[in-house]
Design a binder for this molecule. Structure first.
Ligand SMILES: Cc1ncc(COP(=O)(O)O)c(C=O)c1O
Length: 397
């Protein structure tokens, strides 16, 4: 099967499609005409081969309850094995309508109200929300921005926080959103040693696993130590990779029978059973036929990253790019401008006319940073950077 014209430069109007990114600025307190580069979906049309399968299903015309069979499992298992060297057992896979849903199920299944749950801020803000909304307590092993310009794990603090707070559950982000780290095998081994020692269950959110830049390889946490099979839940999804977030499908891999049983029980208690038919169709098509499109996407994103790197160096050197190793989200350090949080927000929203994710929402340590989604066409990306440049020039630094 061959893709029909892959063109990531194509201009596709997303306004008036009920797009969270494009159609909700006013309702979310921004001017109507902001250019949005916030929420993590892409401005690209998905693979034509996925669309073909969806069209076939639409033509069939019946959308009754749908369940997956062996072919679905085999397709997911093949993708994880061929792209990430991750081997999964037939009964380990639990489907959920998204990964945030899975995080919430894990919090409910493995902790009680009032329990502490560990995260590493700055981190994807729903990590905090699913903990606090379920009346658990956030404990953060904050990532440290080193002199090498990369974020690192403070392992002493990690072990101390686990020991002193009797942590039972750790929500881990790998690759990490927003700081863009693709954790090395050595780092994953150190995490596993600590979590094995204190019997901490780790939910490893690997939704960004397919996005690594040149020179970096994603290692699934579970491959760091075989003993982790008893205490790791790996969250995977075609949602980011193939731009299918609205179809709500993710595959949660839970090798341990007891943990899987508790997780499924929580889903049942929530009243959820079969998934959306189109999510299932799209996921199977993506992993079966989508590789050519995905490889082309990776190249385009690599080009976008080079474009941003050059632009910032030449045009806005006051803003520091935290060099990403993975994800399509970049983390920009605006602290040199010396602005307070409201002043930075004003600069981005009102002077630059952009809708980005303000770093502060990822945790206290995100203050002074902004997260930009670069999964858009190069024209929009350039326009966003031009707008930032013009806004920064008004400050006169
Ligand atoms: C780390 C991480 N986890 C989960 C999600 C959302 O996943 P879903 O839409 O499947 O709930 C995102 C989206 O940005 C993310 O960055």
């Amino acid at each position: 099967m061959v893709e029909k014209n892959i063109n990531f430069d194509e201009e596709i109007e997303r306004k008036n499609t009920d797009s969270l990114k494009y159609d909700f600025a006013l309702r979310r307190g921004r001017p109507a005409d902001v250019l949005p580069l916030w929420v993590a979906d892409m401005d690209f049309k998905t693979s034509s081969l996925i669309l073909d399968e969806i069209h076939k299903r639409v033509e069939h015309g019946i959308f009754g309850y749908t369940e997956t069979q062996d072919a679905y499992f085999e397709t997911v298992a093949d993708w994880l094995l061929s792209h990430h060297n991750m081997k999964i057992g037939r009964n380990w896979l639990v489907k959920t309508p998204g990964i945030v849903f899975a995080l919430a199920m894990a919090v409910k299944a493995y902790t009680k109200e009032g329990d502490p749950v560990l995260i590493q801020q700055p981190v994807y803000y729903p990590f905090t929300e699913v903990i606090e909304d379920n009346n658990r307590k956030v404990i953060s092993n904050d990532l440290i921005l080193g002199n090498d310009g990369k974020y690192h794990i403070d392992f002493e603090d990690l072990e101390g926080k686990i020991r002193n707070n009797h942590i039972k559950l750790f929500l881990f982000c790998s690759p990490h959103n927003p700081v863009g780290r693709v954790w090395t095998r050595e780092e994953l081994v150190r995490i596993s040693e600590i979590c094995l020692k204190y019997h901490v269950i780790i939910v490893s959110d690997e939704i960004h696993e397919d996005f690594t830049f040149e020179g970096y390889t994603h290692t699934p946490l579970i491959n760091a130590d075989e003993r982790l099979a008893g205490q790791v839940i790996t969250c995977t999804s075609p949602g980011k990779t193939f731009n299918l977030a609205g179809l709500q499908i993710s595959n949660i891999i839970i090798p341990d029978n007891g943990l899987r049983h508790a997780f499924k029980k929580q889903i049942a208690a929530t009243g959820y059973s079969q998934l959306n038919t189109m999510g299932i169709v799209a996921c199977e098509a993506a992993y079966k036929y989508g590789d050519e499109w995905y490889q082309a996407l990776k190249k385009y994103l690599q080009g976008n990253l080079s474009f941003v790197q050059d632009y910032l160096k030449k045009e806005i050197p006051q803003i520091r790019l935290i060099e990403p190793e993975g994800t399509y989200l970049i983390w920009l350090d605006f602290r040199k401008l010396g602005l307070s949080e409201p002043e930075l927000e004003h600069l981005i929203v009102h002077k630059a006319g952009l809708w980005l994710d303000s770093g502060a929402i990822f945790g206290k340590t995100g203050e002074g940073f902004e997260r930009i989604n670069i999964a858009t066409n190069r024209r929009i990306l350039k326009e966003a950077l031009d707008r930032i440049k013009a806004a920064v020039e008004t400050i006169g630094l």
